[in-house]
Write a protein that binds this ligand. Structure first.
Ligand code: DC
Length: 213
């Protein structure tokens, strides 16, 4: 088994940025697993389907074409909301499981970010980070990002989205957002992105040393 870095945390915590930098620095392939759920949600909406329809959502997940992860519309606010809604269905999660486990099994290792990486997808990961920040700070970051993409959204709307999403992602029965007992907590509320990346790098370096790398 290669060296796996599992990065979990709530929406807009900075986990995606941190995970992609770690992947580049340590030379591992990177999978943003949120994109899988986003692509399932977008595909279901495209078909005029209902996000609460577990069977239809599962069929979308089973037929997912990885090229769909590249679509620009998977990064919109609507796609994030749709992703969180289809992600509650156990059948959707089951359909995406093998793909994520296979990605994690690559040699010499891999980086995955999401909500259940350290708890469900790769409980054996040698490095686990749980990246978080206050809802207000996450809302501000996400608002800047979406405004930069040209979406007309207010900070208040985004904060409401974030609170709703936290509740749904943490409250669902199937693989809820949770910190693995052996994960290291990284609170980025008071950190610049560079400081957060440095802290993440140190956590991974310590885990690598422990693994004899
Ligand atoms: O990380 P993100 O914001 O792109 O994720 C979008 C949604 O997808 C998130 O609100 C919940 C779901 N998700 C999940 O349930 N499990 C994952 N491993 C990744 C994302």
């Amino acid at each position: 088994m290669g060296f796996v870095i599992a990065v979990d945390g709530p929406a807009a915590s900075g986990k995606g940025t941190i995970a992609s930098v770690l992947a580049k620095d340590f030379g591992y392939p990177f999978l943003d697993t949120g994109l899988l759920y986003r692509a399932v949600g977008v595909r279901l909406l495209d078909q005029g389907g209902d996000l609460d329809d577990a069977k239809a959502a599962q069929a979308c997940a089973q037929n997912l074409d990885l090229a769909e992860l590249e679509r620009p519309d998977v990064r919109t606010r609507a796609a994030g909301e749709a992703a969180s809604r289809v992600a509650v269905h156990g059948g959707v999660r089951a359909a995406l499981l093998a793909l994520q486990k296979d990605f994690a099994a690559q040699e010499p290792g891999a980086v995955l970010d999401g909500r259940d990486i350290g708890t469900v997808i790769t409980p054996h990961a040698q490095a686990k980070l749980f990246v978080t920040a206050t809802p207000e700070i996450r809302a501000e970051r996400r608002w800047r990002q979406l405004s930069g993409q040209g979406e007309a959204v207010t900070y208040e709307d985004i904060l409401a989205d974030i609170r709703k999403r936290d509740e749904r992602d943490s409250g669902r029965d199937s693989a809820p957002l949770a910190m693995a007992p052996d994960a290291v907590l990284l609170d980025t509320s008071e950190k610049t992105i560079d400081a957060a990346i440095d802290a993440a790098r140190r956590i991974v370096e310590a885990a690598r040393a422990k693994a004899g790398l």
